[in-house]
Write a protein that binds this ligand. Structure first.
Ligand SMILES: Nc1ncnc2c1ncn2[C@@H]1O[C@H](COP(=O)(O)OP(=O)(O)OP(=O)(O)O)[C@@H](O)[C@H]1O
Length: 261
């Protein structure tokens, strides 16, 4: 479902601020794989997501999603097939539009809100009820009134309304309080499993990285330095992970947000 062949990305090339953020990185994900990604600050996790989502074009290599070469496809076209959630719950929804209007946009209604049918509304209500946050009775409320957790849950629903070929979760629960984060994570697991959605999730929480999904990647200096799955991963502890990282890179894994988890 995702095939990345030897991509590289350097920011500000030829200047004093030159930064090689991704170096010769390859990755293959099968349909339905749920993969967690961890790494130190500046390891290139967000840059990898930006490259896949099309926030910029890579300098070298190729990115194929769902069998389609997306390497030079603009971001807005990739967004039809690639869902993405950010740490900031305010991204991904339009605050001045109602919940119903946001869902209509996500459903591919093209903004023809006046053409929303009762069937559409029932579908939206059913999906919102899944969240167990009472939002199904709030269809005509502006999204700007929702709490961060409600908004992130809504964004998740929108990103998976039409099941994406690939879902990118960039620390999407990190800015939520622990209880809400747990709830959004449970929802994530459910929606991803039900839709058999291929998913890459960046997390700073190493325990979570080992517990969720079926495979864990560790990044350092713009490369994937560890890729564990199956029996190798099943018995792994956080200490093993830290040890393997150090053995593979000669460096200590450090991420400021890890300290908080
Ligand atoms: N637009 C940009 N322009 C210049 N440098 C950038 C840009 N985006 C990222 N970088 C640099 O590329 C490197 C990788 O950054 P990236 O944000 O991908 O790391 P990360 O693994 O997501 O880190 P963190 O956990 O701190 O969010 C860093 O050195 C960063 O400063």
């Amino acid at each position: 479902m995702l095939d990345i062949q030897r991509i590289s990305k350097t920011f500000n090339p030829g200047t004093v601020n030159e930064k090689k953020a991704i170096t010769d990185l390859s990755l293959h994900l099968n349909k339905g794989e749920f993969v967690t990604v961890i790494g130190s600050n500046g390891a290139g996790k967000s840059t990898l997501f930006n490259a896949i989502a099309g926030s910029f074009y890579v300098d070298a290599g190729a990115i194929t999603v769902g069998g389609h070469n997306m390497t030079f496809l603009p971001e807005y076209k990739r967004a039809k097939r690639i869902g993405r959630l950010f740490q900031d719950p305010l991204k991904g929804t339009a605050p001045n539009m109602t919940i119903e209007e946001n869902l209509a946009l996500a459903a591919g209604n093209g903004g023809w809100f006046s053409r929303l049918t009762q069937k559409d509304r029932t579908r939206f209500r059913d999906r919102l009820a899944l969240l167990d946050m009472g939002l199904e009775d709030w269809l005509n409320q502006p999204v700007g009134l929702l709490s961060g957790g409600q908004r992130q849950a809504l964004t998740l629903l929108m990103a998976t309304m039409n099941p994406p070929w690939l879902l990118l979760l960039d620390e999407h629960t990190a800015a939520l309080d622990p209880g809400t984060a747990e709830k959004v994570l449970e929802l994530t697991k459910r929606i991803v499993a039900e839709g058999n959605i291929t998913c890459l999730m960046v997390t700073h929480n190493m325990q979570q990285a080992l517990e969720l999904g079926t495979r864990t990647l560790m990044m350092a200096d713009g490369r994937i330095v560890l890729d564990v799955s199956g029996a190798d991963r099943a018995g792994m502890t956080v200490e093993d992970l830290i040890h393997r990282f150090k053995a593979g890179t000669g460096k200590t894994l450090s991420n400021d947000r890890m300290l908080l988890s």
